[in-house]
Design a protein around this ligand. Sequence first.
Ligand code: CA
Length: 703
Amino acid sequence: MKMTLPFRPVYLLGVILASLLCSFVSAQQPSSTLVNDPAMADESQGENWLAFGRTYSEQRFSPLTQINQSNVGGLALDWYVDLPNSRSLVSTPLVVDGIMYFISSMNIVRAVDAASGEELWRYDPQVAQYASRRMRAGWDNSRGIGIWEDKVFVATWDGRLIGIDRNDGRELWSVQTIDPELAMYITGAPKIFKGKVLIGNGGTENGPNRGYITAYDADTGEYAWRFWIVPGNPADGFEDAAMEMAAETWTGEWWRHGGGGNAWHGFTYDAELDQLYIGTGNGSPWNRKIRSPGGGDNLFLSSIVALDPDTGEYLWHYQTAPGDTWDYTSTMDIVLADLTIEGEQVKALMHAPKNGFFYVINRENGELISAENYTEVTWASEVDLETGRPIENPGVRYELEPVDIAPTPIGGHSWHAMSYNPGTGLVYIPTIHWQNRFTDADVDLENFQAEGWRIELGVGYEFGASTRDDGATGTLQAWDPVRQQQIWEIPAEGAWDAGTLTTASNLVFQGKANGHLRAFNALTGEQLWDENLGLGISAPPITYSVNGRQYLAILVGWGGAMSALGGQEMADYGWAYGDHTRRLLAFSLDGTRTVPVSAPPRVPTPLATSDFIVDGATAESGELDYESICSFCHGGAAIAAGMAPDLRASGVILSADTFEQVVRGGALASRGMPPFADFSDAELNQMRHYIRQQAEIALAAGR
Ligand code: CA
């Protein structure tokens, strides 16, 4: 011991010097993460949240453990930012080295200090000015942005892909990815890998559109490659061998209808196998009898397609809904994991598309390993593991008579993110339990031709009841992908709950449509924390850390398709348009704030008036225009759920002049209401009568 004494002061001095140096370095030069392939493939670091699903695996699993099962009940608000000009917020914020980047309504991107919320810069792509007529297709909610090295990438409603400087928000390059004449739009997050930015689009329901995805150079915005999802007219020649192969699975003159397949979400890059997986959309129009009258699988609709990330060349595919005729998109998350199945280590991908089956696929070759229904499924009895194909139940293609089908076009699971915890081995799925009725009895199948810029599906559908005995339309469930069975479930207060996050301390976090943010025990489903955030939540939470403090952050701003298409169940949440301030909130164990008070939920009451006499025949003439155009934001049967005003409660309808200025004149274009210059006076009048008729129906029913 004595021998060591003389060395001790020297050793201590060294430690002090080293720690001083470290603190000096960390104060002056914060560690700077290079956001590139190795960083996005790194599952071990938890400080940053670099991509939509945190890392390339899309697991939405965080290794952070400061917030755990025993202390999660003490989570409190640490900081928040009001976003008063926003409406629907559905996106995943990204965090790099203590700075948070996020996208809000009208595609405005902000950078804020991730420990205080202080705004560092803001980028506004002026969407209302660019989109104009395009605001008739899609919505202004974006699911996220991308980061690569020193740039942030934003895709806009109107179809632009823009690279901006991560340090100051300056626009560096911008490319238009959609033909402005086509009724397509973007709500998806750009996917970044290997110095490329990939973007898809939506629009399958808005016209005779043909889906594709395009990759651009991250540095310059220069075009790299495009993959078409469905074949075009063979007379024009095929773009590649994959399209020639796909054309064999279509019949009739499908190209007149576009075919669809638009991939608007569900892009995963597999750094291990250097493959890109694309989840593709449903058919356009929905009804296959119109689109491909002689039948056929209609590749690559409703599929996972593996591509070469450098060239976009086709590698393999697996189709989840062959010959789709129900809007069963496969654009949901594609999550990568190594699973041990029957003693073998398998490089798997996991996918829970709208059609109700949970798929585990060998991603080395695209072979189906297993598929079981994760919600009530009536369109198929099972998926045959020999052929990899679903076994359809008779009559499900509404070929004989109207048919009740589950899941609905909203899906058993939609884009609300699922998460996977490698520790528990479970997937946490926001699940929907609904059925709906399809019939094409009133459709002129032979002469159907969609015009574009309006919803023309080639089939009628009507939402029905819950498929569950307890009547719940939504649940959160933990699913074992190896055994292909449910481990636990929590019935929700309704449908349309948001995406999930899971952590290494075996927690699951989820925001609810009723405004509550909750934490659950990942193994048992026991609820451990509940905070009312005062407005329907439609975005998934993230977690990250700054200076040793773990934060849980979430955007709060009711949104997505069901907040637009409406329906009474959605309206009854009470997130009436314009009532509730949108926010970004961050919680921690050291938080000292309370969640700011929000306006109480309010279900709009239709306006009672004797100043407007509804003419039944005129109202009937307005139904088609209203339901195929206006309902896209203002809700079916004029029952709005918050994305846009409830027109039954609006005084604008009472005045022909004001209605004309808003609808034809574009008076509210800056707030997201597109101009409809082509409506005649007679058509405007018919729509007013239809809307007032819906108001009177609701009033008579006591709503
Ligand atoms: Ca669709």
